[in-house]
Design a protein around this ligand. Structure first.
Ligand code: NCD
Length: 304
């Protein structure tokens, strides 16, 4: 029985195989429509979500399975003081696989150590978000056709943005990848990501505050929301929230085949004027998340 807590648990070969499955699902959806018949996915969301929870649910329905769960902590027994470990043991009696989002870093790991069914980390605090990375990887594959030799700009809240941490971990395993880490001073990438991932993999990276200066060399620009819910005080959030707003003018010096990504939800970081630019990939990225979650559910349930 296998869970997915951190993207690095998947080998490059397994990632390729998930991408191949997702591409086959896109081509032949009817082939998959009953693969999970009789199976149940439990979505345990202790934090707000639109895309992740609903794309997990849509994924399971499109595989012919069923879904149960809750979308806020206040409607679950955690409000009565139940531990994550106990919740995981209980849900193992009701479902075949769990997708869990939790504000505490490490909560899905604790769940996976106590559940008798696979647990998928659907975002744990400011730490990791491996299934968003699966959506990101399929988007990069479909847009760029490769993972090697890409210069990737990550812009916004690199400190608390869990999608950024997981994407760096995944992309650092490919050849010729370079990161440009664009953020305000206070929201720079955590030092553990630098030492445990970037330095360990010998990845080239620069840190800068200057989005426009970095623009011309980027193959991918990954914008992120300032993570309001992780701030200790409102004042800091208000000061930093509009640090970067991508608009058509800022894209003037960008490559013609730049791929503009965002895990969404967007607040202010990308002007809606950019949405009609053919380089904007963020809504497709959300759709790709559903296909990759379908592929992942099949893999973790051992369904061919
Ligand atoms: C992200 C998250 O929850 O970390 N959203 C998502 O799952 N697509 C990004 C965010 O909330 O900013």
């Amino acid at each position: 029985m296998r869970s997915l807590i951190d993207i690095k648990e998947l080998s490059l070969k397994e990632l390729d195989s998930l991408i191949d499955t997702a591409l086959d699902i896109i081509e032949n959806p009817q082939k998959y429509s009953e693969k999970c018949k009789g199976k149940k996915l439990a979505t345990l969301f202790f934090e707000p979500s639109t895309r992740t929870r609903l794309s997990f649910e849509a994924a399971m329905y499109e595989l012919g399975g069923n879904v149960l769960g809750f979308s806020e902590a206040s409607s679950s027994s955690s409000a009565k003081g139940e531990s994550v470990a106990d919740t995981a043991k209980m849900i193992s009696c009701y479902a075949d696989i769990i997708a869990m989002r939790h504000p505490k870093e490490g909560a899905p790991l604790v769940a996976s150590m106590n559940a008798t069914i696979p647990v998928v980390n659907a975002g744990d605090g400011g730490h990791n978000h491996p299934t968003q990375t699966l959506a990101d990887l399929l988007t990069i594959k479909r847009k760029k056709g490769r993972f090697n030799n890409l210069t990737i700009g990550l812009c916004g809240d690199l400190k608390f943005g869990r999608t950024v941490h997981s994407l760096i971990a995944a992309m650092s395993r490919y050849e010729g990848v370079k990161f440009v880490l664009i953020s305000p001073e206070e929201l720079r990438i955590p030092s553990y990501v630098k030492t445990d991932v970037l330095d360990k993999c010998g990845i080239e990276y620069v840190e800068t505050k200057d989005l426009c200066g970095a623009m011309p060399e980027l193959d991918i620009l990954y914008m992120t929301r300032i993570q309001k819910e992780r701030f200790f005080n409102e004042e800091d959030y208000l000061r930093l929230k509009d640090s970067y707003i991508l608009d058509p003018q800022k894209l003037e010096n960008a490559k013609k085949d730049l791929c503009i990504m965002h895990p969404l939800p967007r607040v202010n970081e990308i002007s809606v004027k950019v949405d009609s630019d053919p380089r904007a990939c963020y809504f497709e990225q959300a759709l790709n998340g559903k296909y990759m979650r379908m592929a992942l559910i099949l893999m973790l349930l051992g369904i061919k």
